[in-house]
Design a protein around this ligand. Structure first.
Ligand SMILES: [Zn+2]
Length: 211
């Protein structure tokens, strides 16, 4: 069982995301040797860079785990983990280094906004770091929760609240991803597959209303 709250039992575990992101940088540099602000290139919808970046994250939001099977690809954005206009950066390009860029669904990116993330929390809140899996958990009712170990951590708390990670929609997404995963193991011509598809479609319609 994967201990990553963003993955259902059917999701592929996240590989070496840093390495895969560096592949995207290499692609950009091959075409644009002087490129500095990676965001400028990777964030363009339907560009080969963005598609590769999406692949690096297994097509899932790095914060809530929703997949491109549930939320259309064009609603996925390249988020600056430390927000772009943070005083930490002198220029826009300074914020666009690859480690600071993360795949996020529109909802998570929008909710996160200009949240300040303290240096001390970087290791356990940055979604590429293994520490995030010990900060948040998926409970038995499919809610994303703060782990017991981080219950009294103020950085984890403000991050969780600002992004709205406890919201029902994330629960619904997890259910949908689980159902799709289960369906993938059923014979396509079976009655079970047909009913499963009907249930998924109903839930997906409800999900689309939530946003
Ligand atoms: Zn998200």
């Amino acid at each position: 069982m994967d201990d990553d709250y963003r993955n259902t039992e059917y999701c592929e575990p996240l590989g070496d995301v840093r390495n895969r992101k560096n592949t995207v940088v290499a692609m950009v540099r091959e075409d644009h040797p002087r490129a500095r602000d990676m965001h400028e290139y990777i964030s363009k919808n339907d560009s080969k860079y963005k598609n590769e970046f999406i692949e690096a994250y297994n097509g899932k939001c790095a914060y809530c785990g929703v997949s491109i099977a549930i939320v259309p690809k064009q609603f996925f954005e390249v988020d600056h983990f430390i927000y772009r206009k943070s005083p930490k950066f002198k220029t826009k390009a300074d914020a666009g280094f690859i480690d600071n860029l993360v795949l996020a669904c529109h909802r998570c990116n929008h909710e996160k906004g200009t949240l300040e993330i303290s240096d001390s929390a970087y290791e356990y809140l940055h979604p590429d770091k293994p520490g995030i899996k010990d900060t948040f958990i998926r409970d038995d009712d499919f809610y994303i929760r703060i782990s017991d170990a981080k219950k009294i951590d103020l950085n984890a708390k403000s991050f969780y609240e600002k992004l709205g990670l406890g919201a029902e929609v994330h629960r619904l997404d997890y259910l949908l991803m689980s159902m799709r995963g289960l369906r993938s193991q059923i014979e396509v011509t079976s009655t079970a597959y047909k009913y499963m598809t009907e249930a998924i479609d109903i839930l997906q319609t409800k999900r689309n209303l939530v946003g």
